[in-house]
Design a protein around this ligand. Structure first.
Ligand code: IPM
Ligand code: MG
Length: 372
């Protein structure tokens, strides 16, 4: 029996292309693993009314961890239109399967390293090394949303917070509400992960990116908790910044920062900006990590227009594979893979179209294998 069971979830669009690249590299590394194909994605929404079928959830429970390609997501009305006729009138509503996976398996850490590999012509600067810790299960992604907004809920809120009276004249149907839930335990565990990482890899600071001057309670909870947690890490300085200003500072002085930690939605935004500083989404990897399970994915989406063309940059997926190897404790393999990726970037001979080249997805994967 293989040492690891890895759930294999290519998903949609270019997810399939980049996962093929990952498989080539994993086979070359001779990871002692079996790969279990899992159904996930748009196809299963359209055909079965569920992009994350129950059988996939059950298979995942038998696996060591998962590798995930990409998923097509569309807003509510557009998604509903593409359902098979027999599912049309069942009141089904599309929810992103990756967001569901993160919550279902309590993968509370979204680890998003953004490191500039020298020689990448898309680097904003060559010396950037950022790591975003995004809370991955709550905040604005909690899924507690209302439309129409029920009168009973309004009444209860009004009883606790008079500011709600500002919306007295607005009918429920004219109002949509998404709750930004931050729990102390949720805040504590993501902030602790950020500090642990900073300690392990010698980052002198952890920057908490929130907005407590306006979001007094939810960002306030993040801030108060960060100050508490920071007490256990005397050698690391806690910096506190606001999300808006931080976007500007990251463009102005990206090398001032190392480990950044934030809530779910802010982390989604912050990690895309950070990715662009090191070459864009073709270079951005992501680990969804819980206490005993994890799913690794590139940060990019399914890019339907490039699907099946063997054209997109596999680097993000291969860096996600590297994160998986780290998590499995296969540190030497992880390091070998990262070194080979860095070498291929530095040599600049095999480049996909985003880098101005004409190499294919698999050309790049093979070039990396040659340098392992
Ligand atoms: C990401 C993506 C997802 C998110 C989408 C696809 C639901 O943007 O992983 O950053 O918002 O988390
Ligand atoms: Mg995103």
């Amino acid at each position: 029996m293989a040492k690891y069971r890895i759930a294999w979830m290519p998903g949609d669009g270019i997810g399939v292309d980049v996962m093929e690249a990952a498989r080539i590299v994993l086979d070359a590394l001779k990871l002692d693993a079996e790969y279990i194909p899992c159904d996930i994605g748009w196809e299963f929404w359209c055909k079965e009314g569920d992009p994350l079928p129950q059988r996939t959830i059950e298979t995942l429970r038998t696996c060591t961890c998962g590798l995930f390609g990409a998923i097509t997501s569309k807003p509510k009305e557009e998604a509903a239109k593409e359902l098979a006729p027999e599912f049309q009138d069942r009141g089904l509503s599309y929810r992103s399967p990756i967001v569901r996976l993160r919550q279902l398996f309590d993968l509370y850490t979204n680890l998003r390293p953004c490191k500039a590999y020298p020689g990448n012509p898309l680097n904003y600067r060559d010396d950037i090394d950022l790591v975003v810790f995004r809370e991955n299960t709550e905040g604005l992604y909690s899924g507690v949303e209302f439309h129409p907004f029920p009168d009973e809920v309004r009444e209860v809120i009004l009883g606790h917070n008079p500011i709600m009276a500002r919306f007295d004249a607005v009918p429920g149907i004219e109002m949509a509400v998404s709750l930004r839930v931050i729990t102390r335990a949720g805040a504590r565990r993501i902030i602790r992960q950020a500090f642990e990482y900073a300690r392990k890899f010698d980052y002198p600071t952890v920057t908490l990116v929130e907005k407590p001057n306006v979001l007094r309670e939810s960002s306030g909870m993040m801030t108060r908790t960060a100050r508490e947690v920071a007490n256990d890490y005397a050698e690391i300085e806690l910096w506190e910044t606001n999300i808006d200003a931080q976007m500007m500072w990251l463009l102005k002085n990206p090398t001032d920062y190392g480990v950044l930690v934030t809530s779910n939605m802010f982390g989604d935004i912050l990690s895309d900006l950070s990715a662009q500083l090191v070459g864009g989404l073709g270079f951005a990897s992501s680990g969804n990590i819980g206490d005993d399970f994890a799913v690794f994915e590139p940060t990019h989406g399914s890019a339907p227009k490039y699907a099946g063309l063997n054209k997109v940059n596999p680097t993000a997926m291969l860096l996600a594979t590297k994160l998986m190897l780290d998590w499995l404790g296969e540190i030497e393999m992880a390091q070998a893979l990262e070194n080979a990726i860095a070498l291929v970037i530095a040599e600049g001979k095999k480049r996909t179209y985003d880098l101005g080249g004409d190499s294919s997805t698999l050309d790049v994967a093979h070039a990396i294998v040659d340098r392992l």
